[in-house]
Design a protein around this ligand. Structure first.
Ligand SMILES: [Zn+2]
Length: 119
């Protein structure tokens, strides 16, 4: 749903510059915008269009990449936490144990806290 919203949101960023550039360059002859404005307008629209293109690509391919990273991270956490054992009762520490950012782990069996850095 979030990806769909991002794709829809990026459509004007692509469509508006394309429409602007075609409008700028289709008015040939008398009454058309001056050449400097055509070039400046095209450059600005090109930059906006590039941003829109980038947004759309991120929306389509960004989600798959982040899911791949999440799998890798959970595998890393699993292999890392399985090495630790409770210093109080000797029980193995699984992924569902509480781990603080500073490395403190709560044992599921005896509810005692210990630090991974002190093992
Ligand atoms: Zn314990």
């Amino acid at each position: 749903m979030q990806r769909l919203f991002a794709i829809v949101f990026s459509i004007p960023f692509l469509g508006v510059p394309i429409a602007m550039i075609s409008m700028l360059w289709s008015h040939d002859g008398f009454g058309g915008p001056p050449i400097a404005m055509k070039i400046a307008g095209s450059l600005i629209c090109g930059a906006v269009g590039f941003a829109g293109l980038f947004m759309m690509f991120t929306a389509i391919f960004g989600k798959a990449a982040s899911r791949h990273n999440a799998v890798n991270r959970s595998q890393l956490t699993t292999s890392k936490t399985h090495e630790y054992k409770c210093t109080n009762c000797g029980a193995g520490i699984g992924v569902d144990s509480d781990i603080s950012p500073s490395g403190d782990i709560k044992c599921q069996f005896c509810n005692s806290w210990f630090n991974v850095n002190t093992i």
